[in-house]
Ligand binder design. Sequence first.
Ligand SMILES: Cc1cc2nc3c(=O)[nH]c(=O)nc-3n(C[C@H](O)[C@H](O)[C@H](O)COP(=O)(O)OP(=O)(O)OC[C@H]3O[C@@H](n4cnc5c(N)ncnc54)[C@H](O)[C@@H]3O)c2cc1C
Length: 462
Amino acid sequence: MIRGSVITALHKIVGKDNIFTEPEVLKVYAYDGTTNWIHEPDVVVLPTSTSAVAEVMKLANSERIPVTPRGGGTNVSGGSVPIMGGIVLGTARMNRVVNIDKENLSATVETGIVLNDLIVRLAQSGLFFPPDPQSFFGATLGGAIAENAGGPTCLKYGVTKQYVLGLEVVLPTGEIVHLGGRTLKNVVGYDLLHLFISSEGTLGVITSAELRLRSISPARKTVMAIYDDVEKASESVSMIFAEGVIPCKIELLDNWMINSIEGMMPLGLPKDADALLLFETDGMPEAVENETEKIVQILKNGSAVDVRVAKNADEANTYWAARRLGYAAIYARAKTVFVEDVTVPIGKMSTLIKKCKELARKYELEIVVLGHAGDGNLHPSILSDVNNKDLYDRSLKAMDEIMEIAIGLGGVLSGEHGIGLEKKKFLRRALEPAVVNMMKNIKSLLDPNDIMNPGKIWDDRT
Ligand SMILES: Cc1cc2nc3c(=O)[nH]c(=O)nc-3n(C[C@H](O)[C@H](O)[C@H](O)COP(=O)(O)OP(=O)(O)OC[C@H]3O[C@@H](n4cnc5c(N)ncnc54)[C@H](O)[C@@H]3O)c2cc1C
């Protein structure tokens, strides 16, 4: 519980319109993008400047009050849940595009901006920021940086860390630092910039970023391939790469997902298919035509039952809307969902899918598979219910096995959702003890009083 004098001090720092202690507001900030973990903060502040963020951190550090940074709260690993109470520091009111530099393909942006607003602003200048988590209508730039988010487009263009040139960060002690810069190349001492990307809000509050941008491609095409066996679909991905083609996106939906989406919003998806793959190519018009033709040929020569090329942008948008509806379909069908985020080498994807099917049978569970098939980042999602002990326990066992399987296949625990609360018990299984110690030493150095998003990544205090 925070003392009244601290609340008064916070009032002075952020102003009366940017601080909240009302129970109904605290409830809103108790969640992330799931309902798997719920814990209310004592107070929510929404500072409007970096200097105010710095003052909040100085106060919190001197009073040893936990601070949980929060963007859109769309993460699904518990990262933004204030499990030790204290202050939630939301960035929603620091959302300005400070500068767009078309000549240098870069922009200076405050991190509270919602990604879709950034997409719209950049598009007005013919530019885009490639990382495209499918939560872009709610997720912020800061959350994307703190989680090193990816999305379908990352197959061709790379993840968030490839598009951050510089950062302004407020450290847990309240010191403001600037890391990286505005140039693509930068080799000046240790690469501290990238230490903060995917730090899950545990090392500081990222207040502003210098982004690397790209020009919007003049042409794009979408292809849907239909399969009678989900494993054959994942094999097709390897065939495409083996032929030297790198599409912009490759996404996978299984039969459960196709039918659930159709049930929510009929889009004309093939309900009998065991799986479908969605491809997008982008670039100069002639290159896009050639690449699309090549993909269609490879898919037809392979095991696709049917291959459809979207005739126009509307049809393409319908296919991609179906993919975006994936999580809504899952969450509509279960009280508790474990959205896994394991990533394996692409050639091992069909093995992972096969093993998930076996686990579903073994534990009598519904395990849905969707994900970024092009980079081996799948989201096997276990439909569960926290109020049904037997079902919940079986789900936890299946989740444990999925982690072991992914590690055994040479993969990693998380491709984009982070460790947060969900996977911290697996950290020591996935990393060498010396590596975990190195990380913990860095954390202690930057956050000596352990006030910055405590209880995340590490298992020590919970
Ligand atoms: C429907 C749905 C689809 C999704 N699809 C994808 C996807 O395709 N790809 C993907 O990568 N993820 C996806 N996600 C996960 C999530 O949306 C991303 O991780 C997103 O980047 C989180 O952004 P946010 O602003 O909501 O961050 P939050 O959820 O608010 O926070 C996430 C973490 O970052 C920290 N944080 C937030 N802002 C800052 C800051 N300014 N400084 C320091 N730390 C900060 C928080 O403390 C927390 O640990 C999806 C989630 C949902 C619900």
